[in-house]
Design a binder for this molecule. Structure first.
Ligand SMILES: [Zn+2]
Length: 289
């Protein structure tokens, strides 16, 4: 057996000419009621805030119906966000399906979906000061759901060195502190992230994942509305603005701020809170006699 590519068949051109079809036409899903969300936003009052130090992470809790912001302070910085159902850690953010439903990058009005068998919106993006960016000439966008998170295992694989302050480890430490356990015990709960403020795309020639300096500036924020009770963890990535490197102490890093807001609940009285998926979960198996 050879590793060489075989020559193309004679009908290669016609096979390649098949027309693309959007896999999940997200526009056909019921979207969030943006009028109600905007009305609730107008009444919200900040109830809590915390700082995530550079190259570290912090856990936080957001009750259903509250809003939370991730805010850039001091300098350009990428944040790696994990979200769990606060009452059941087996329900957590599903980066892959969120990407399949909304695209490689998320923004205003997009939902943050949970894993199967729940598959429901955990949060809805209610404001984004970087919404103006769109996709640039390199094909890059902001708030990526492509990447996984920087981690010590891949770093050891590629560089042969151990580094303890990758986002995976930061998130594991933050979750461990919240649950009063040790990082090795909880790290399997850490999952693929929403890369807040991260500017990424795929190269045009080789389709490789690339990053470039985040356009985020102090004062920018992304805001999410909690559709269920959430436990979150946010890491201030050791890559800083992710313009050059990560998985080391080389990049300039800045803290991030998390702010939590309580709206007038009367504005949400008609909100349809998402239930776990109604799929029966038989998966085609013969019914038990
Ligand atoms: Zn990172």
């Amino acid at each position: 057996m050879s590793l060489k590519n075989l020559s193309a068949p004679t009908d290669a051109a016609s096979r390649r000419a098949a027309k693309p079809v959007i896999v999940y036409p997200a526009g056909s899903m019921p979207g969030p009621d943006v009028t109600t969300l905007e009305s609730a936003r107008q009444t919200m009052v900040k109830t809590h805030e915390l700082i995530v130090p550079p190259r570290d992470a912090r856990a936080f809790r957001v009750a259903r119906g509250q809003f939370f912001r991730i805010v850039s302070i001091e300098g350009p910085q990428v944040g790696d966000l994990n979200l769990w159902n606060a009452n059941d850690l087996s329900e957590r953010f599903f980066s892959g399906k969120t990407r399949a439903l909304h695209g490689t990058h998320v923004g205003l009005g997009d939902r943050v979906w949970s894993t199967m068998p729940y598959l429901r919106p955990m949060a809805t993006i209610s404001h984004d000061t970087l919404g103006w960016y769109g996709f640039d000439a390199d094909g890059a966008g902001i708030h990526d759901v492509i990447g996984t998170r920087c981690d010590p295992y891949t770093n050891l694989l590629l560089n042969g060195t151990s580094y303890d302050f990758c986002c995976h480890s930061n998130l594991a430490r933050a979750l461990a502190a919240e649950l009063k356990l040790d990082p090795a015990t909880v790290e399997h709960h850490v999952h693929d992230v929403l890369n807040v403020f991260m500017c990424t795309g795929f190269t045009k020639d080789t389709h490789q994942y690339f990053m470039k300096a985040s356009p985020v500036r102090p004062g920018d924020f992304i805001e999410l509305f909690a559709e269920i009770d959430l436990l979150g963890a946010l890491s201030a990535c050791p890559g800083g603005d992710c313009s050059a490197t990560h998985s080391s102490d080389a990049a300039a890093c800045h803290p991030l701020k998390i702010e939590i807001f309580e709206p007038d609940r009367a504005r949400l009285k008609d909100w349809s809170w998402p239930a776990p998926s109604a799929y029966h979960r038989h998966h085609g198996a013969p019914a038990a006699s």
